[in-house]
Design a binder for this molecule. Structure first.
Ligand code: EPZ
Length: 421
């Protein structure tokens, strides 16, 4: 197992290029199961989660390969419909094969995804939506056994306790493309990743309207064909580097970052005193004056993303004054707090609200990464901390950040990977 070592207190400057979005790519790869034809997906990052999805496809007897940033998938005549525990248990997003398998094969057996370190992550909204489409679902031996032979279009409200659901919207949308009749999804998620999936499905011949709103209408078609698509840039990776620039008082051009995808973060950064300017290649993030504390609540898109909450908290730890962060998507997603406090931060947690009292400096320490974004938060803290930080268990980072240390080194950080002894 590897760890990341960071010698902190280096100001970052230069240009960093953002890779293709992990969370847009995963359901798009799953969507290739809806056609017998070849699909070519570009701007695919080399990440552990992506290779897990390709393994799931191969396990279904689908031809799937990735060369550099291009994935080629050919699902001609596959008959298998099982996503096994060994693969699903390593990545919850595996659930997004459920919709396409039902759409194409009218049956699916997918291991029921388990718990997760960022809190309980039920799948009731997925199941509610699929049942509304006429799918019969039972749970047996830890598997969801889904029979879609009686599927038909339906009017579905996809709301849950915490609002809309990204992957449930994707699953229902994918299942509905090949389901007879018209399906209307109310309270649909409108995250850029859902919109990108809709764009790919439309290229495949699907009839979809209203994507990027909370009401998506899908008219089922008999067949979908192969398509080529380039995945959108990763807004969470972009946000992480924007915060890396801010926390190190740097000046970084985040190439490929899209302002419209990051508007809530940009708003908060500007409010705190960080300059964010649109440039031809992306966004330029520059430290210009003493930072002010912030009050942030995570929400569904276009609100402040939960996937940037932890990284934003790292910035707040070294921002003079009291900042407040309330997590409304995953109320337990605060596992990074204890590790940040080990580095000298002053954070207390009250329910789903973290109160962060800015300190003058953080001090490097050995810390333990626990989930993908929490790990990114620890890396940011390490970049600004005095002395050496060892971030252990960085396999989490390898799930979602392509060539992280290489990109940071290019910006002037002193970071390297070491084998754990
Ligand atoms: C996607 O997960 C992302 N994953 C997550 O990113 C992201 O945090 C999340 O959306 C929210 O933006 C991928 O796209 C692969 P949800 P998803 O269903 O779709 C509750 C990362 O770090 N809920 O939109 O699974 C749920 O518990 C990951 O890259 C139900 O109650 O999230 C949460 O509170 C982590 N029942 C809220 O809804 C359900 O059936 C939103 O979750 C489904 C979800």
């Amino acid at each position: 197992m590897d760890k990341l070592v960071i010698e902190g207190s280096k100001r970052l400057s230069g240009t960093v290029e953002i890779s293709g979005s992990k969370n847009a790519c995963l359901p798009i790869l799953a969507a290739t199961l809806l056609t017998d034809d070849k699909c070519v997906i570009r701007n695919v990052s080399t990440l552990r989660d992506i290779s897990t999805m390709l393994k799931i496809l191969k396990n279904l007897d689908v031809k799937a390969k990735q060369e550099s940033d291009v994935a080629t998938i050919e699902a001609a005549g596959y008959k298998k419909f099982i996503a096994p525990y060994e693969l699903v248990s390593t990545m919850r997003a595996s659930i997004c094969v459920l919709g396409p398998l039902l759409g194409k094969q009218k049956r699916a057996e997918v291991s029921f995804p388990g718990g997760c370190v960022i809190g309980p992550r039920p799948i009731d909204i997925h199941l509610k939506g699929l049942r509304a489409l006429g799918v019969n679902i039972k749970v047996e031996k830890g598997y969801l056994i889904a029979d879609g032979r009686k599927m038909r279009g339906s009017h579905i409200y996809l709301g849950g306790h915490f609002g809309s659901s990204v992957l449930a919207t994707g699953n229902i949308m994918m299942a509905a493309t090949l389901t007879k009749g018209v399906t209307v999804i109310e309270n649909a998620a409108c995250e850029p990743e859902v919109v990108d999936l809709a764009h790919f499905l439309i290229k495949m011949g699907a009839k979809i309207k209203g994507h990027s709103t909370h009401r998506i209408v899908i008219e089922g078609v008999k067949k979908l064909h192969g398509a080529e698509h380039a995945v959108i840039p990763d807004r969470i990776e972009a946000g992480t580097y924007m915060l890396a620039a801010a926390i190190t008082k740097g000046d970084v051009i985040v190439k490929n970052a899209k302002l419209e995808h990051l508007i809530a973060l940009v708003d908060k950064l500007e409010e705190s005193g960080v300059s964010v300017k649109k440039v031809p290649s992306g966004l330029r993030v520059k430290h210009v004056k003493k930072l002010k504390p912030a009050d942030i609540t995570t929400l569904t898109y276009p609100g402040f993303p939960t996937d940037i909450q932890a990284q934003m908290m790292s910035l707040m730890t070294v921002t003079d004054g009291i900042s407040v962060i309330t997590e409304k998507i995953y109320p337990e997603r605060f596992i990074h707090i204890s590790e940040l406090n080990r580095m000298g931060a002053d954070i207390i947690l009250e329910g789903a609200t973290a109160v962060i009292k800015g300190v003058k400096s953080l001090s490097g320490a050995p810390v333990m990464a626990s989930d993908l974004r929490a790990s990114a938060a620890l890396v940011l803290a390490g970049l600004v901390a005095e002395g050496r930080t060892d971030v252990h268990r960085i396999y989490h980072l390898d799930r979602g950040y392509e060539r992280l240390e290489e990109k940071l080194v290019k910006l002037g950080a002193n970071v390297w990977r070491e084998k754990e002894k």
